[in-house]
Design a protein around this ligand. Structure first.
Ligand code: AMP
Length: 281
């Protein structure tokens, strides 16, 4: 497995891999790898001759007061995990490699960031779209694999790829969960045992909404109210948002008549967690 930090060296390597006729599959991550990341890596492995995992805690997608400085990192363990999973290249640039002095170009989508996480994280998706576009230009992948755990991010990337004519196939993989339903996340490392218990209410409220819809409930307001009640029963939990939305536009829906995205962000203590499910009547 090669470890490359210099973007120019990565571009040269990617050019050689492409010239040799191999498919490049990219899995962008912020590191602290877990089974969720591994499922994306396995998918990329199935479809590509060269799997590149990028590890970069991207400062432009963090707002002031967010957890950029404390974001969990363990590069040596990420390398060991990646090597075992058959990754060909780890691309881990330094901050100043991607955002040198004088940097001033950003990608901003008009509508998708107005919903869900974008409301409380106004610069987040501008940072995500920008860094992913840069990774695409550096790693030159034929395909890139993302998790549906970050549903809005996946939609932003798909939209950007269509709008800017990137010749890259985007795959979205299902959310990998712990055996008790908690969606895997690097940020779960922040949770104390009692907080982890409270965090189960995210998945629990999505499952409860699924049962309500199967039982004939169509009111988004009642689905949201039930989820708020279940989550706020935990004293350390505070709801950022709970939304029932159109799975494509992410706009709020009032009545469930077809597939809907139920998405939520909840702070457990200081840790902000997200989860979502597409629910069908
Ligand atoms: P992150 O390192 O958290 O930025 O995530 C990197 C990629 O892994 C993103 O495409 C995420 O959606 C994906 N991912 C994170 N957690 C999970 C999970 N539990 N299941 C599936 N994919 C995930």
């Amino acid at each position: 497995m090669d470890i490359i930090t210099d973007p120019k060296a990565m571009q040269r390597h990617a050019g050689q891999v492409r010239d040799s006729g191999r498919i490049i599959g990219l899995v962008p991550t912020m590191g602290y790898l877990h089974e969720g990341h591994l499922s994306l890596i396995r998918r990329a492995r199935e479809l590509s001759g060269c799997v590149v995992v990028s590890i970069f805690v991207n400062p432009t997608q963090f707002g002031p007061g967010e957890d950029l400085a404390s974001y969990p990192r363990d590069f040596a363990n990420d390398c060991a995990i990646s090597e075992r999973a058959g990754v060909d290249v780890i691309f881990s640039p330094r901050e100043t490699d991607l955002y040198p002095e004088g940097y001033q170009t950003f990608i901003q989508l008009d509508k998708l960031p107005l919903h869900l996480c974008g409301r409380s994280r106004p610069v987040h998706f501008r940072g995500v779209a920008t860094v992913v576009a840069k990774l695409f230009n550096i790693v030159k992948p034929h395909l890139a694999v993302f998790g549906r755990k970050d549903y809005q991010q996946l939609m932003v990337i798909r939209r950007m790829v269509r709008d800017l004519d990137f010749d890259i196939r985007i795959l979205g993989e299902p959310t990998v969960r712990e055996s008790d339903g908690l969606a895997m996340s690097s940020r779960n490392a922040y949770l104390a045992p009692d907080q982890r218990e409270s965090a189960l209410s995210l998945h629990g409220s999505l499952e409860a909404a699924r049962r309500m819809i199967q039982g004939g409930e169509t009111s988004a307001a009642r689905l949201i109210a039930a989820a708020v009640q279940r989550i706020t029963a935990h004293p350390q939990a505070s709801v950022d948002y709970i939304a029932v939305a159109d799975p494509e536009t992410l706009e709020d829906v009032e009545a469930v008549s077809g597939p809907v995205l139920m998405a939520l962000a909840v702070k457990i203590g200081k840790t902000r967690l997200i989860d979502n499910m597409v629910l069908e009547p």
